[in-house]
Ligand binder design. Structure first.
Ligand SMILES: [Zn+2]
Length: 79
């Protein structure tokens, strides 16, 4: 699994909201994130019997401090 796999979609930087609340980086206060869809199905999870978790998650990567926030459901982009 690579967050920066060239075969995935191009990076898309925007602001996002979850439950109508704007997502702010808890580390630096930035509100711009790079979003990537990441497959949760990894050899490690299969090894530990966590196949039930095999699906996509969304990673929001802070464009300022690079902290990664994980969301099971993709947050909505805001202008
Ligand atoms: Zn940040």
């Amino acid at each position: 699994m690579s967050l920066f796999d060239k075969k995935q979609q191009e990076p898309f930087i925007s602001s996002y909201k979850a439950l109508d609340k704007r997502i702010i980086c808890p580390n630096c206060g930035n509100d711009k994130f790079l979003v990537r869809d990441v497959l949760l199905n990894t050899p490690g999870m299969t090894f530990f019997g966590l196949d039930w978790a095999n699906r996509n998650a969304t990673a929001l990567i802070c464009t300022s401090c690079t902290r990664i926030e994980w969301y099971f459901e993709k947050p909505a982009a805001v202008d």
